[in-house]
Design a protein around this ligand. Sequence first.
Ligand SMILES: O=C(O)C1=C[C@@H](OP(=O)(O)O)[C@@H](O)[C@H](O)C1
Ligand SMILES: C=C(OP(=O)(O)O)C(=O)O
Length: 421
Amino acid sequence: MTEQWSAPTVDGPVHATVPVPGSKSITNRALVLAALADRPSTVHAPLRSRDTLLMAAALRSLGIGVEDGPDGSWLVAPGTMRGPARVDCGLAGTVMRFLPPAAALAVGDVSFDGDEHARVRPMTTILDALRALGADVEGDALPFTLHGKGGVPGGEVTVDASASSQFVSGLLLSAARYEGGVTVRHSGRPVPSLPHIEMTVSMLREAGVEVDDSTRDVWRVAPGPVAALDRHVEPDLSNATPFLAAAAVTGGSVTIPGWPARTTQPGGAARELFERMGCAVELTAGGLTLTGPDRLTGIDVDLRDESELTPTVAALAALADGPTRIRGVAHIRGHETDRIAALAAEINRLGGDAEETEDGLVITPRPLRGGVWRAYADHRMATAGAIVGLVVGGVAVDDIGSTTKTIPDFPGMWSAMLGAR
Ligand SMILES: O=C(O)C1=C[C@@H](OP(=O)(O)O)[C@@H](O)[C@H](O)C1
Ligand SMILES: C=C(OP(=O)(O)O)C(=O)O
């Protein structure tokens, strides 16, 4: 059952401080690394939302201990993974791409499935790569089964990762535990979301794993142990962007506490994007504060590196005072939904002017009217609808529940933010 949600509209600037839950990308990397580590780990301030709860549940079904710590942390007790097990990936790219390479180390069968929308997300590249590295995999997309033999030879593999950086990240995360380690070479159109691969490399190094990424499009992971983690998870900076956007579109000001001065999250680039659109952004000890302008400026932007920000940028663009061109994100047609088609359809349904291009969108602002904004089961489509609804009366998001993918209570956070006006 999906839940239609009337997006609240405001008639003045939004002023609020909004604490944002932990990063999905860091939490799910930390869980996989902790499961492969040689001793128990603690993950502090993890995100607890559908994507990470599914990862935790999947690891438990494989025999890994994932217990609640006293302070909201997760305590992870590693061990030999064992099938038979069934993994529900939901719609989480990080579960469907990060867990199979780890589960290939299990003893026994591990079957994977997910939501209807997940079954059409690209998977062949990583499943073929696992076969090439010596794993026994049945299937080319969800659902599929791994016949685990308790170990994987590893070696060198060439992949076309132009559809998702997660193919590379997934292989690298488990690579140290493969007998010969793993070398991944990318061959094809440019890899999107490269900072997410850098996040993977950086977290592997934190866990004592030797990674050579000195050659472009080649990553070499040496075989060896994975050290236990004691890891704090930063706020999810991509999930912070709808809240910052609330200040941007109303000329208000929103502070996100705990915004890191340095980060491996691509969402960190949101600062510069908002500035280019005319916002003032300041990082202090209290967090990142964004103050919106009288009118937002349209921009020409390549979002290949931070493609998960596209829905927020598109929503801002529809409300700006000049055209925006978004480039470099052809692969987001394979995200939770075809985001290029979905954004164009929903902006146009409300009377806007959004045109699909091969690798992005051209959005020319027009006065918008209320109506149903469809989420397509996609959390970031839903939050984009909330941004538009803040200044366009009568917008209803058809499936606000989709936001639980990466934010446990988006409607509650949104109304708390507006209540603080
Ligand atoms: O590794 C990760 O945590 C992610 C990588 C990116 O995927 P793509 O490379 O498929 O864009 C990003 O969009 C996704 O939200 C999270
Ligand atoms: C693309 C995204 O998610 P996933 O991790 O499921 O790929 C996203 O969160 O924008």
